[in-house]
Write a protein that binds this ligand. Structure first.
Ligand SMILES: *Cc1c(COP(=O)(O)O)cnc(C)c1O
Length: 466
């Protein structure tokens, strides 16, 4: 019986997309520039070129509809892990009692990459561009360790040195990620560290400071400005990272087409917005062009760090030490230090400007979930589909389950597709705590958000200047 022969849709290596999809020219309101934190003015190209690989800076502001993927890079994707499979979650459907085919759940499996998440998609691209420019070292920050391992992997492929500032809470919680990064020859520092001025202001007061992504970003940016042979690398938030991730959504589109389906609901978890953006943008483009007005696109956040759901759309620093560019985005305030939830990759105070614009214009919607409910959903997923999701990814799993059950209740027909951003093999502690009844929920109190956003430290940018 091959009734479920469409349950795993594979593409050939030569079907790796030839171009990235750029959403900037289609946005309902224009993208805002990156602002230099030193003077409150749009960052001059020279400054951006000193921080990021040159090609990435050009992509950040490009108004081209598509940007071609260099042949050498496509070859790396195709000879390593792309295209990734699209699976129908048949056993999950069965468990939910929706296996009559009216409601279908699919997931795009980005966990098959060498480091277990979508992040190598951009890590490889950034290392490639740095390499052809003659850059010798990339430096970055990492929260949960996913981005650090992806960049370590990318740099190792292209023979670049890689330095990673890792949020101390994760450095202690996730020794596995540290070892993986070292396996790829990277140098790792727990952040806040004593290696940078930005780190020392926290380290000297408390050497056990748990750190935050914001502090680690400050350290990495400072480190990158030390030499012209070093550049800073970002794993999320900025336009060019979302651009690189659009291979996910493009492949998904082709895969759904192969089995004659169109999605009704797309779901992804949101930290800085890159896996969700990369998954959704090719479909968002269609929606903005009126091709699929009813398509629902849902980004899911943790209740402990609900940047879009509970934050404000305004200018804010990208990092705590106010060294990174100022962005217009949904934010909880750069002074906000989130509770140490296990979905470390979702603990960022802001959201990608592209996603912020899409949300502010109601092109996409958002939801929030608690830590225990998503881990519980992650276990259900492992018990049915076999893959233990990363806690970040478990947010998308839980939302997909919620949407499926809602459709069942309303007796609707739905094709639900979510992005499976990564596996949780390095996040077993979250599952262990859940199993022993120790996992706690954190809800970010309204007063805390109000306080962070009322800080006199929040930047005020004159929008009449551009
Ligand atoms: C980093 C990470 C995320 C969150 O980052 P985005 O930029 O929002 O995608 C989500 N899932 C996994 C598995 C991650 O590693």
């Amino acid at each position: 019986m091959l009734e479920n022969f469409n349950a795993r849709v594979l593409l050939d290596p030569n079907e790796v997309p030839k171009e990235w999809i750029n959403i900037l020219p289609d946005l309902p309101s224009p993208i805002t520039p990156l602002i230099n934190p030193m003077d409150g003015k749009p960052a001059p190209p020279e400054l951006a070129f000193a921080i990021f690989p040159k090609e990435c800076v050009l992509q950040e502001v490009s108004q081209d509809n598509t940007i071609s993927i260099p042949k050498e890079l496509r070859e790396i994707y195709a000879t390593t892990y792309r295209p990734t499979p699209l699976h129908r979650a048949v056993r999950l459907e069965k468990m939910l009692g929706i296996n009559d085919g009216r409601i279908k759940i699919f997931f795009k499996n980005e966990s098959v990459s060498p480091t277990g998440s979508h992040k190598p998609n951009t890590a490889l691209a950034q290392a490639y561009y740095a390499g052809i420019q003659g850059i010798e070292e990339l430096v970055t920050e990492t929260g949960a360790g996913q981005w650090g391992s992806a960049l370590s992997y990318g740099c190792n492929i292209y023979g670049l040195k890689c330095t990673v500032y890792m949020v101390r809470a994760s450095f202690i919680q996730k020794p596995g990620r540290k070892i993986l990064m070292r396996a790829y020859n990277a140098a790792i520092h727990a952040s806040p560290s004593k290696h940078t001025d930005a780190g020392r202001t926290f380290y000297d007061i408390n050497p056990d400071h748990p750190g935050s992504l914001g502090i680690a970003i400050s350290e990495a940016v400072e480190h990158s400005l030390r030499s012209d042979k070093i550049r800073y690398s970002l794993g999320s938030v900025v336009n060019f990272v979302l651009l690189h991730q659009t291979i996910i959504g493009q492949e998904t589109k082709v895969q759904l087409k192969k089995i004659g389906l169109e999605p009704d609901i797309l779901i992804g978890c949101m930290g800085g917005g890159s896996n969700f953006g990369g998954f959704a943008i090719p479909f968002v483009k269609d929606k903005l062009q009126g091709k699929c007005p009813d398509l629902e696109i849902i980004g899911v956040e943790p209740r402990a760090c609900p940047s879009v759901c509970k934050g404000e759309y305004r200018w804010d620093f990208g990092d705590t030490a106010k060294k990174a560019p100022i962005l217009k985005m949904y934010t909880l305030g750069h002074t906000f230090i989130p509770s140490p939830i296990h979905a470390g990759g979702l603990r960022y105070h802001g959201m990608a400007p592209i996603i912020s614009i899409l949300s502010n214009n109601n092109i996409i919607s958002t939801s929030m979930l608690h830590q225990t409910e998503i881990i519980e959903a992650g276990l259900k997923f492992a018990q049915t589909e076999g893959i233990l999701p990363a806690p970040e990814t478990a947010h998308a799993v839980k939302e997909a389950i919620n949407q499926a059950l809602k459709a069942k209740e309303n007796n609707e027909k739905k094709v639900i597709v979510f992005n499976f951003s990564g596996h949780g093999f390095f996040d077993l502690l979250a599952y262990k705590e859940f199993m022993s009844g120790k996992l706690e929920d954190y809800e970010l109190p309204k007063e805390d958000i109000k306080k962070a956003l009322a800080s006199p430290d929040m930047p005020i940018i004159d929008e009449n200047q551009f």
